[in-house]
Design a protein around this ligand. Structure first.
Ligand code: GAF
Length: 394
C-alpha cells in the first residue's frame, strides 16, 4: 500500500464514495544551506521518498472537512470549516495547516469546498517537513477539485514556485510560523535523483544530479525523536536577529554580505549579532562550494562542508542540541564522510554521508552512543532523492 492508496481507501470508508483524485507531496531533507532562506540566500534540499497523500472530492456547501489517518491508524477529523469565513485563528494544531492553504487559495479565487482525507508516512516532529508536505498535498488537492492540475499548461495554472509562495503565506500569516521558502519549494519542485539548488532571492532553481549509488555513498537520516520546547521562539529570535543585522549593515538581506566583506561587516555589528551573521555568510558559501563539487562529479568530497555547517550551527547559530551533536559526532567517529543537523534545529534530525561499506558501523555507533547516554535510540533510515509533489494514479 502507498500513501495514495491508503488515503483513497480511507476516503471511501469515511465518505462512502470514491475521491475525485489523490495528490501527494514529500517531506524533505536539506543537504546544506540552513537558515539562509529567509536571508535571501541559497539552499540545497532533496525530497524524501516519504509522502503525505490527500484524497479529495468537491463539496457543494463551500466547506472544508479534513481527516488524517495517523501512524496508529486512528482518524482525526477537523471541520467542516466554512472557507468563506476562514481567518487566522479559526483553526488550530494540524488543522490550521490545511485551513491555512484553503484561506490563501480562496484569496486567489479557488474557493470550492472539499472533503479531504490525508494519509502517509512522513515522520512527524522529525524536522523533515511533514507539515509542509501536508500543506502542499492539500494545496494540490484543493486546486485539483477546482479543476486546476499542475503542469497542464492551461492559462490559469499556477506554477510550482507560485504555489510555494502561497503555502509560505499560509504558514506565515495563518499558522503564524515565520518560516522561509525552503520546505515548500523542496516539496513542490524537487525531482528524482537530484538536489534542488535554489537561489531564494532570484527564485532561480537548478536540479543538480546527486548520484548516490554511483558514488557508493548513502545519506543516513538520524531522527533524534526530540523536539525542544523553545523551537518556535528560538527560530523567530534568530530570524529577527539576522534582519536586525541587515538593517545595521545597510543591506537588503544578509545575502548581500560576501565572504570577502565578512570581517568588515562583523566589525560593524553589536557583539550579539556577530555569530549569526558569520553563520549565514559562511553557510551561503558552503552551499555554493558543495554545488561546485557536485558539478565536478565529486559527491564523496562534500563531507567536510557538512561538518563545517554543523559546527557553525552548533557554535554560531546555536540551534543544535546535545542529541543532534551526539548523533553527528558518533557518525563521524565511525567513518561517516560528513554529518550535520538538518532543518530548523532545536531537535529533529541529523544526516550523515556514509560510504556503503560503513553504513552498518555508523548506524551501530550512533545507537551505542545513545545507549551509553541513556537516551532513546534515534530512528535511522537511508533516503534517496525523490520526486516532488503531484497527482497520483490510484
Ligand atoms: C525550517 C523553516 F521552515 C525553513 O524555512 C528554513 O528556515 C529551515 O527551518 C532552516 O533552514 O525548516
Amino acid at each position: 500500500m502507498s500513501p495514495a492508496t491508503d488515503a483513497a481507501a480511507a476516503f471511501r470508508e469515511i465518505h462512502g464514495r470514491a475521491p475525485a483524485g489523490v495528490w501527494s507531496a514529500p517531506g524533505r531533507v536539506n543537504l546544506i544551506g540552513e537558515h539562509t532562506d529567509y536571508n535571501d540566500g541559497f539552499v540545497l534540499p532533496f525530497a524524501l521518498p516519504h509522502r503525505l497523500a490527500a484524497a479529495a472530492a468537491p463539496r457543494d456547501d463551500g466547506k472544508l472537512a479534513v481527516a488524517t489517518l495517523g501512524d496508529d491508524n486512528q482518524l482525526q477529523h477537523s471541520g467542516p470549516l466554512d472557507i468563506a469565513s476562514l481567518e487566522p485563528g479559526s483553526a488550530e494544531g494540524w488543522a490550521a495547516y490545511a485551513a491555512g492553504v484553503a484561506w490563501v487559495l480562496r484569496d486567489q479565487g479557488f474557493a470550492d469546498g472539499a472533503d479531504v482525507v490525508i494519509a502517509g508516512d512522513v515522520p512527524s516532529g522529525a524536522g523533515l517537513s511533514s507539515s509542509h508536505a501536508l500543506e502542499c498535498a492539500v494545496s494540490l488537492a484543493l486546486l485539483g477539485v477546482a479543476g486546476v492540475e499542475l503542469d497542464d499548461g492551461a492559462a490559469n495554472t499556477p506554477s510550482r514556485p507560485q504555489i510555494a509562495r502561497w503555502v509560505q503565506r499560509s504558514e506565515n500569516d495563518f499558522v503564524g510560523a515565520p518560516t522561509g521558502l525552503l520546505d515548500q519549494t523542496a516539496s513542490l519542485c524537487c525531482e528524482d535523483s537530484c538536489v534542488l539548488f535554489l537561489d531564494v532571492r532570484s527564485g532561480d532553481m537548478e536540479q543538480v544530479p546527486f548520484p548516490l549509488a554511483d558514488a557508493g555513498v548513502r545519506v543516513l537520516i538520524m531522527d533524534t525523536r526530540t523536539k525542544h520546547s523553545h523551537a518556535e521562539g528560538g527560530y523567530g529570535e534568530r530570524r529577527r536577529g539576522t534582519e536586525r543585522a541587515a538593517e545595521v549593515l545597510g543591506v537588503k538581506a544578509l545575502r548581500d554580505i560576501t565572504p570577502d566583506g565578512l570581517d568588515d561587516a562583523l566589525a560593524r555589528l553589536p557583539e550579539d549579532l556577530v555569530p549569526l551573521v558569520r553563520h549565514v555568510v559562511t553557510e551561503n558559501q558552503r552551499v555554493l562550494d558543495v554545488v561546485a563539487l557536485l558539478h565536478q562529479g565529486k559527491l564523496a568530497e562534500i563531507g567536510p562542508y557538512l561538518d563545517a555547517s554543523h559546527v557553525s550551527m552548533r557554535d554560531d547559530y546555536r540551534i543544535s542540541t546535545a542529541e543532534l551533536d551526539l548523533a553527528v559526532d558518533a557518525a563521524r567517529s565511525a567513518g561517516a564522510l560528513g554529518a550535520r543537523m538538518t532543518g530548523g534545529g532545536f531537535g529533529g534530525s541529523a544526516i550523515a554521508l556514509v560510504r556503503d561499506e560503513h553504513l552498518d558501523a555508523v548506524r551501530t555507533a550512533v545507537e551505542k552512543a545513545y545507549d551509553r547516554a541513556g537516551w532513546r535510540r534515534p530512528r535511522t533510515f537511508t533516503a534517496v532523492p525523490s520526486r516532488g509533489a503531484g497527482r497520483d494514479e490510484v
